[in-house]
Design a protein around this ligand. Structure first.
Ligand SMILES: NC(=O)c1ccc[n+]([C@@H]2O[C@H](COP(=O)([O-])OP(=O)(O)OC[C@H]3O[C@@H](n4cnc5c(N)ncnc54)[C@H](OP(=O)(O)O)[C@@H]3O)[C@@H](O)[C@H]2O)c1
Length: 332
């Protein structure tokens, strides 16, 4: 084993192109840890914001971006049981996925279903956790309700379409291109709408809205919220965070609900445990890892695969609104 590994490093904040390849020194394992040879890393909008210095969590420079990955265990600490070298796993990270390897606590790993590629597995956790937190934990989505998903052709949007459909909601997808709308329909949306069409919202009465876009779309999409509806504030890919006048909430008896994926485990351990259960036994349930078979609802849909060294180009594609489904970096 060499003493260094390759990673894409952010040494100064700026556009995606500031990322550069570097050899980093390998560190030893602490109790409970495993070393994973990363085979693929998921690319997410928060990575873009972090490299630009615009994300709420600001790691000190230099840092390696990347919140999710999949790979094979190459080494385990002496006290680790249940995992061994060669096991294929999914990693959830607070950074560091854009690299050839990562050291993580074994307790944070998920097993990769045998019938998923490493690229699919790497693209799973962020979308799944965000969709679960938004729709189940914060949004209380019920079977038979109408769910409107904005940015439905993107990473979190598609995961919400998929999970919403598997929860029995009637899912309506909103996305700016025919290709994005088609992938949203293939993920489970019964109807898809083009927000560039005048009055596209006219016939929609959504009980729940999943909104990772914000910006100008909020203004029109809010008209589609049914009385008593729940608006899930997920992100602001479209730019500004909207400031809805409180009287509009009052008139509609609507709820505006903030969503922070991953936070509930720290604040509310019972909800964290519930989320873990959903991820392990339900969303990625697969006969290959002994879970009940619920089909491929949680399986990410990949839009583009780049090599690790092309991480800047992958983030550029996302910044230019060209990401359809998930973008993944292939490592090695
Ligand atoms: N709250 C949480 O816990 C949480 C977790 C993960 C991500 N997020 C946030 O959610 C947002 C979306 O993340 P994502 O991974 O779904 O991103 P994504 O895959 O890039 O999708 C974002 C969608 O936003 C729409 N959009 C509108 N204007 C855009 C612009 N100027 N640039 C880029 N996209 C634009 C696009 O849909 P159309 O082309 O159809 O308009 C795009 O498909 C980000 O703000 C991210 O930080 C929040």
């Amino acid at each position: 084993m060499t003493e260094t590994y390759r990673a894409m490093v952010c040494r100064r904040l700026g556009p995606p192109e500031v990322l550069e390849g570097a050899q980093l020194a390998r560190r030893g394992l602490q109790p409970g840890e495993v070393r994973v040879a990363i085979r693929a890393a998921g690319v997410n909008f928060p990575d873009l914001l972090q490299v630009a210095g615009e994300y709420q969590h600001k790691p000190p420079l230099p840092f390696v971006p990347g919140l999710e990955a999949a790979g094979e265990i190459v080494e385990t600490a002496a006290d680790v049981s249940g995992y061994k070298p060669g096991d294929a796993v999914i990693l959830r990270l607070r950074g560091g996925a854009y690299a050839e390897e990562a050291v993580v606590k074994a307790a944070t790993l998920l097993r990769k279903p045998e019938d998923w590629s490493f690229e699919e597995a790497a693209a799973f956790p962020v979308g799944a956790v965000t969709a679960w937190t938004a729709l189940v934990y914060r949004g209380r989505l019920q079977p038979g309700e109408t769910l409107l998903v904005l940015g439905a052709g993107g990473g979190t949007g598609l995961a919400a379409v998929s999970l919403g459909a598997s929860l029995g909601a009637r899912v309506i997808a909103v996305a700016s291109s025919a290709e994005k709308r088609a992938i949203a329909q293939s993920a489970g949306a019964g109807l898809s709408l083009d927000p560039a069409q005048p009055d596209w919202w006219q016939d929609v009465r959504a009980d729940v809205v999943f909104d990772p876009v914000g910006g100008a779309l909020f203004e029109t999409a809010f008209r589609a919220l049914a009385p008593g509806g729940r608006w899930l504030v997920v992100g602001f890919a479209g730019g500004a965070a909207p400031s809805p006048p409180a009287n509009r909430l009052l008139l509609r008896e609507a709820e505006l609900i903030g969503v922070r994926a991953g936070e509930q485990g720290r604040r509310d351990p019972a909800a964290g445990a519930e989320q873990e259960k959903a991820l392990r036994e339900w969303l990625i349930s697969s006969p290959s890892i002994g879970g009940p078979s619920v089909g491929s609802q949680g399986r990410p849909r990949l839009g583009a695969v780049y090599q690790l060294d092309q991480a800047g180009a992958a983030l550029r594609r996302m910044a230019e609104r060209q990401a359809i489904g998930k973008i993944v970096l292939r490592v090695g």
